[in-house]
Design a protein around this ligand. Structure first.
Ligand code: NDP
Length: 491
């Protein structure tokens, strides 16, 4: 009997043969009605709650704790206790065992995490499945390897853990940002109080179950959910020794001001307005794929997104033509459909911000292109957008839109490309497309960006440090450099 015979009339009849729906089942995810905070290895009933939703359908998923100052205080006390009574004194090889365990459990449960990430955050399942989850596990594997080699990593500097790390993460890569923060902190012998973003708490809460499975000692990792006020309570808590923050430049600046003079260590990974620079000698079709991946990956909710495309004038027209044709093939819709390229915008607030900036682009005189596209009726959506005729002074060329919106500008010479690319308060990432190796190196030396990709974009690897220049923040995450913020080197 064939598969089709077996399914008989249960098999959906496609209306046309272009793309049949390929939804990933939600059954693997078991949601609770309400979640508390994870403090000292226990679930603590929250004093206040709020609703977390699916941005693709606006359906309510669960009630989440709105962390108060008292709850943050309890989490910091649990972290301090775990730090002082065992974790910081554990041999590195023992800490590594826990990190390896966490990495393996994440791999084993990756489908469950990927479905939950897409459900709560709106990103396409093929991205959470093929990017977020493998990279999150890879981060734990990578830092597990460093845990017993810190003396070799920093010879003659006697590395010691800092203490309790307060970690505040955004909503664009919820589990991956958690991994970027927790893995190096634990490898270095610190304990953690982490706050996920208000709109995407669910994978961080599911991660607590991984911690229990891995038998991580209670209090080593504490998760307190809530909004900016909960984040501020972590920043201000006198029992926290180090703050690691990823989010907007505005909040990053406020945190830096508040921490001035307190002696707390700080790393900030903030916004960006990356230049993706395409020279006329590049492989054009490959560059178009890189441009699409650079700005429409994760709906453009990416701090290092290639949101400013600089096209060399001699190839401007064929490049923009190819790009527009490619945009027509992007499928926008259900994040849980395996065919979806562009999912839902993370929140109503973020959608309003995107709409406002796009309107500003039109008012300032840029030319907008959006491919024909039918959007779902419920949920938060935005059609992949390209602006041409953009001047450097326009808001869409200056401000971080954090959505699927690309601004195309032009240049003639490499010098001009560098000058225009660096003409931004940010400096997180950049891309260069050319077949000449010498030009790649020449550009990389001059671009003021923490990461410069050559003939690719948005590639991440735990061994490679990531971080910004200027208003994109300071400190590095990933690689050997990512250990340093979690260590002190006093004699
Ligand atoms: P925020 O900077 O407000 O959020 C980042 C994290 O910080 C969240 O967990 C947030 O909580 C928390 N937070 C907010 N206020 C405070 C505070 N005063 N003290 C401590 N923690 C705080 O970013 P938004 O979500 O508001 O996004 C706004 C813009 O920021 C976006 O449009 C985008 O341009 C940019 N952004 C950049 C990111 C990056 O990776 N560089 C990531 C996210 C946003 P809560 O979620 O509850 O607000």
């Amino acid at each position: 009997m064939t598969d089709l015979d077996r399914k008989q009339d249960r098999a959906p009849v496609p209306k046309d043969w272009t793309y049949a729906p390929a939804p990933e089942s939600r059954d693997i995810v078991r949601l609770r009605e309400r979640y508390g905070h994870f403090i000292g290895g226990e679930w603590v009933e929250p004093a206040e709650t709020y609703e977390t939703i699916s941005p693709a359908t606006e359906e309510s998923l669960a009630l989440i704790g709105e962390g108060t100052e008292e709850e943050v205080d309890a989490a910091v006390a649990a972290a301090r206790d775990a730090f002082a009574n065992g974790w910081s004194a554990l041999p590195g090889s023992e800490r590594a065992k826990y990190l390896f365990r966490i990495a393996r459990i994440l791999q084993e449960r990756s489908r469950e995490f990927a479905v939950l990430e897409s459900l709560n955050g709106g990103k396409p399942i093929k991205e959470s499945r093929d990017v977020d989850l493998p990279l999150a596990a890879a981060h734990f594997f990578y830092y597990a390897g460093w845990a017993d080699k810190l003396e070799y990593a920093f010879p003659n500097r006697r590395p010691k853990p800092v203490g309790v790390a307060g970690q505040i993460i955004p909503w664009n890569f919820p589990l991956l940002m958690l991994a970027w923060k927790i893995a190096p902190a634990l490898a270095c012998g610190n304990t953690v109080v982490l706050k996920p973003a208000e709109t995407t708490p669910l994978t961080a809460l599911l991660f607590c179950d991984v911690l229990r499975q891995a038998e991580l000692p209670p209090g080593v990792v504490n998760i307190v959910t809530g909004d900016g006020r909960t984040g501020a309570a972590i920043v201000d808590h006198p029992g926290v020794d180090k703050i690691a923050f990823t989010g907007s430049t505005e909040v990053g600046k406020a945190i830096q001001r508040r921490l001035a003079g307190t002696g707390k260590k700080l790393t900030l990974e903030l916004g960006g307005k990356a230049a993706n620079i395409v020279f006329d000698d590049c492989a054009l079709d490959q560059a178009v794929e890189g441009i699409v991946n650079g700005i429409y990956f994760n709906q453009g909710h990416v701090c290092c997104a290639g949101s400013r495309l600089f096209a060399q004038e001699s190839i401007y027209e064929p490049l923009v033509d190819k790009l527009k044709r490619r945009l027509e093939t992007l499928r926008v819709g259900d994040p849980l459909d395996k065919n979806t390229d562009v999912g839902a915008i993370n929140s109503k607030m973020q959608l309003e911000r995107i709409v406002e900036l796009v309107e500003a682009g039109k008012d300032e005189g840029a030319e907008i292109y959006q491919p024909p596209c039918r959007l779902p009726e419920r949920g938060y959506w935005f059609v992949p957008t390209v602006f041409t005729n953009v001047a450097q002074s326009y808001r869409i060329a200056q401000e971080e839109i954090f959505g699927p919106v690309l601004s195309v500008l032009t240049f003639r010479t490499p010098e001009e490309a560098v000058e225009k690319a660096n003409n931004t308060p940010y400096g997180l990432s950049a891309g260069v497309w050319t077949e000449k190796g010498s030009r790649i190196l020449w550009m990389a030396q001059r671009l003021r960006a923490g990461v410069v990709w050559a003939n690719t974009f948005n590639r991440f690897d735990p061994t490679s440090p990531f971080g910004g220049y200027k208003e994109s923040g300071f400190g590095r995450e990933g690689g050997l450099h990512g250990l340093e913020p979690y260590l002190r080197f006093d004699e």
